[in-house]
Structures are given as structure tokens and as C-alpha cells.
Design a protein around this ligand. Structure first.
Ligand code: ADP
Ligand code: MG
Length: 475
């Protein structure tokens, strides 16, 4: 039997406001426990929440970026449950009337294919505090710094058909919230996390299978692994005559397994009701248009522009616009080097390769755009060959020196002087009479041998085109 996977994601993006969603306490990450929680966050009786305007502006930005309807009226609701890190006994969220309605994003799949993924809704809510289980013997600590931090929960349609598609979608949303600067996207710090709903059905069946919800996924790699594990588990279960039960499962990255947390029967009944302390949120057209006027160029638009302006392939433009900072880096390199294709190859090849290897992102690059551009200029003006440039780049990366400094210090300037190259070629030919004879009697492959000898003699500094040309004549 052939099976089809169905996935829907619920992404939580922490909004990059200065203060909390219903109080004036700071949201900065990493402060000492309980130093950034005020009476509102502590759930003291008698205090009143006041909605943070910036959080609303950010939600509107997101809605506009995914072509969604912004609700003229949305309502905050209480989601009631008990947990030590939730002192109020309820979380303020939006339930029946979310601020952002149906929207969509286009995601890139392999082989240049793309797919539309529907977004069902996005709503504003507050985060809970954190329970700390380490450092306390036989007890748990409670840190309420995170209580009241604004979140945008983005719920997708069950439109994805593989872990790969789910990752592509998640990356697209990640890119959009970072372009909009409404979320820092830091997954290690939990600013961007997701729950994955997963089910399987026999290929061709219209009705969805029973789903499970995977919690605790805070890296793209974990999302992919957890989904694939869960799909395999469900298929095996059904094929053995069992039934998937609707439940919440936890992904354990250390053991690389998912296990049951609670079934539907044990699920909480949250008794949602409109929060009487908060008025409905009314947003008029003027407010929406004011926000629209502040929207930056978005990933899809930038990609299209890169294709047209720099004659890049769809793939290259997609990689270079995946983050706004990377796109800006590329554009400043091109503005200096003037060769769009060469710049794209080097940014995507050497630069991203080195960053990847070092586990750094573009913001942390030890080589900035102007220095990187200088290196490429030396290729363009033929001071060095591309091959030598790779060596120079390695030194720039570790030694914090400019390309020109390294080229000078290590005497790497390319030999373009025809006479100098000619005399080296003569010598190489003199020293290899056997190979010369074989070459002349038809062993064409030996041409590469002679090129190699000349390059060796010049420590790679001879201009490759000149070497090729002269060698052909001389041989
Ligand atoms: P809940 O309110 O219980 O979280 P929702 O209906 O809001 O349930 O769905 C939550 C997420 O689960 C959505 O992203 C949705 O696309 C996804 N989903 C719903 N049904 C299925 C299914 N059968 N298989 C996979 N995902 C599903
Ligand atoms: Mg859910």
C-alpha cells in the first residue's frame, strides 16, 4: 500500500517588541530570573492588561505580507488551565476571532518547483513563564521573565505532503518574519518554534487520517526528523492492524524518538471565553494602510528583482534573498565589483561555504562585504586567478587582513608577462622530453600534464589563459 503524509504546522513567532504584550515589563532575553516580570505578568489580582500597540502593528505587517485579510474586529480570549508558570490560571490568546485571517505563501521545492501553502489564521497571544528543573534539588524553579511576551501563532492549512515541504514552508515563514523585523527568528532562544500535526492516509483517499501533534520542535533539523519518525511509526502501526490515536507527542532529540504526552481524552478543556478586561481589538482601513506603507521589499519581490536586475537564475536569487542581511551583503559586493554572476558564485560558494563550516550566520562573517568585494576585484582586474583568490580568501577569513595585504605579503600577483611565462614553458618542455615525444605522437591528454608543470613552477601564479595559449603554440 502506498501512503501519503499530511502535515499542518502551528508556528509560534515571538514578536520583537520592547515590552510585553499586556504590560510595560521588558522582553529582553537572558536577564536574571524574575527581574523582568511586573504585577501584570505575575498575575496579581486587580491589575489590568493594556494591549501593546506595536504587537498589533507587527501582526498586521505579517497579515499583509501573506496576503491575508486583517480582521476589522478581533477578540482576546482566556484559555484556562493550571500550571505553575502561569500564575493567572489562564493565558490570554485569541480564539474565535483572530487578528489575521486566511492567507498564503509560495514555497520552493526541489528542481525549481514551487507550491502554494495556505495559512488558516494568525493570532496574538502571550507566552507563559518557564519552569526550571535543573539546579533545584527535588524542586522546580519558576522564571516569569517570559510571561507575557508577545507571540504570533501562525496556523497553516494541512497542505504539506512531506517533511521536506514542511521545512520549506517553515523556512519561508522564518524568512518573512525576519524581513519584516517582527521576530528575530532565533530558534535556540525559542523565538521561533513550531508544533507539527502529522497524519497519513492511503494514497488516493480523500479523507484525512487521524493526526498526532508533535511538540517541542525548535530547529529545522528536529522538525524534519520528528516528522519522518512519526510518519514511519503511524504507517507501521496501521499496517500491523493498529489505529493511530489523536494525541500530543513529544520529540526527544537525545533519543531521536517521539513519545506520547497526552491523548485527546486527557486533553484540557480550556473553557475559552472573551477576556472581560480587554476590549475587542478594532482595526480600521486607515491603520492598515499606514502599516502597508511601511512594508519592506519582501523575499519574493526581492528575488524577482534579483532575477531581472542581475540576470541570476531563480535558484541563485532564492538563496541570495533567503535573508535580508545576506541579500544586502550581495548587493554591496555587486555595487563594487560590477560583475553580478561572479559575485553570486563567490558569495554562494566560498562565503556561504565558510560560514556554514564555521557554524556562523552572515551577520557574524569575519569578512565584510567591502573586503570581500576587494578580493573579487583582484580577480576581475586579473591581479590574481580565481584559484589563488580561494587561497587569499582563506587567509582573509583567519588572519583578519585585506586581500591586497595578503597578495602583497605572499607575492601572489599573477604572472601575466608573456615573456616570463614563455621562458618557464621552455624550461618545462626541456625537462620533460619523454612526455613531449608522447604528446607529439598523439597522446593529447598530456597537455594537462604540461599545464600542471607550468603552474607548479609558478606556484599557481601564471595566468591560466596565457599558459594554455602559449603551451599550445610551443608544443
Ligand atoms: P486544534 O485547535 O486542535 O489545534 P486545528 O483544527 O486548529 O486543531 O488544527 C491544528 C493544525 O493541525 C493545523 O495546522 C491543521 O492544518 C492541522 N491538521 C488538522 N487536521 C490534520 C490532519 N488530519 N493531518 C495533519 N494535520 C492536520
Ligand atoms: Mg493545536
Amino acid at each position: 500500500m502506498e501512503w501519503e503524509t499530511v502535515i499542518g504546522l502551528e508556528i509560534h513567532a515571538q514578536l520583537a517588541t520592547q515590552s510585553k504584550i499586556f504590560s510595560a515589563a521588558a522582553t529582553a532575553y537572558g536577564a536574571l530570573p524574575n527581574t523582568q516580570a511586573c504585577f501584570v505578568d505575575l498575575g496579581m489580582p486587580g491589575v489590568l492588561p493594556v494591549l501593546n500597540r506595536q504587537a498589533v502593528v507587527m501582526a498586521i505587517k505579517f497579515g499583509l505580507a501573506i496576503d491575508a485579510e486583517i480582521s476589522p474586529r478581533s477578540v482576546f480570549a482566556r484559555k484556562n488551565y493550571f500550571y505553575p508558570d502561569l500564575p493567572k490560571g489562564y493565558q490570554i490568546s485569541q480564539y474565535e476571532l483572530p487578528v489575521v485571517g486566511k492567507g498564503e505563501v509560495i514555497v520552493d521545492l526541489d528542481q525549481g518547483e514551487s507550491k502554494r501553502i495556505g495559512v488558516t489564521r494568525a493570532h496574538l497571544e502571550e507566552d507563559a513563564g518557564k519552569s526550571l528543573h535543573e539546579d533545584f534539588h527535588g524542586m522546580s524553579g519558576i522564571d516569569l521573565n517570559r510571561a507575557g511576551t508577545p507571540l504570533l501563532e501562525i496556523v497553516s492549512e494541512p497542505d504539506m505532503r512531506s517533511a521536506k515541504e514542511a521545512i520549506a514552508y517553515m523556512k519561508k515563514i522564518h524568512s518573512i518574519v525576519r524581513y519584516l523585523e517582527i521576530c528575530d527568528g532565533n530558534m535556540q532562544e525559542g523565538s521561533f518554534r513550531c508544533d507539527a500535526n502529522v497524519s497519513v492516509r492511503p494514497k488516493g483517499q480523500v479523507k484525512f487520517g487521524t493526526r498526532t501533534e508533535l511538540k517541542n520542535l525548535n530547529s529545522f533539523r528536529f522538525v524534519e526528523r520528528a516528522i519522518n519518525l512519526e510518519v514511519a511509526r503511524q504507517i507501521e502501526l496501521i499496517e500491523e492492524g493498529g489505529k493511530v490515536i489523536q494525541e500530543t507527542r513529544l520529540y526527544d532529540a537525545d533519543k531521536n524518538e517521539t513519545r506520547s504526552m497526552r491523548s485527546k481524552e486527557e486533553a484540557n478543556d480550556y473553557r475559552y471565553f472573551p477576556d472581560p478586561d480587554l476590549l475587542p481589538l478594532d482595526i480600521d482601513t486607515q491603520q492598515i494602510e499606514a502599516v502597508r506603507a511601511t512594508l519592506p521589499e519582501l523575499p519574493d519581490q526581492k528575488r524577482q528583482r534579483f532575477i531581472e536586475q542581475y540576470a541570476l537564475s531563480n535558484y541563485d536569487a532564492g538563496v541570495l534573498t533567503s535573508s535580508k542581511v545576506l541579500a544586502a551583503y550581495y548587493e554591496s559586493v555587486v555595487s563594487i565589483v560590477k560583475d553580478a554572476k561572479l559575485s553570486a558564485n563567490w558569495v554562494m560558494g566560498e562565503l556561504l561555504g565558510a560560514l556554514n563550516k564555521a557554524g556562523l550566520n552572515i551577520e557574524q562573517s569575519p569578512v565584510d562585504a567591502s573586503h570581500f568585494a576587494q578580493l573579487l576585484q583582484r580577480i576581475v582586474d586579473k591581479t590574481i586567478s580565481g584559484k589563488i583568490a580561494k587561497q587569499v580568501f582563506e587567509h582573509m577569513w583567519t588572519d583578519n587582513k585585506t586581500a591586497d595585504q595578503i597578495i602583497q605579503e605572499q607575492a601572489l600577483v599573477q604572472i601575466t608577462d608573456t615573456r616570463a611565462i614563455e621562458s618557464i614553458i621552455d624550461e618545462v618542455i626541456r625537462n620533460n622530453p619523454k612526455q613531449l615525444e608522447q604528446y607529439r605522437s598523439g597522446k593529447d591528454k598530456l597537455f594537462g600534464f604540461f599545464v600542471g608543470q607550468v603552474m607548479k613552477a609558478t606556484k599557481g601564479k601564471a595566468n591560466p589563459q596565457t599558459v594554455n595559449q602559449l603551451l599550445k603554440q610551443k608544443l
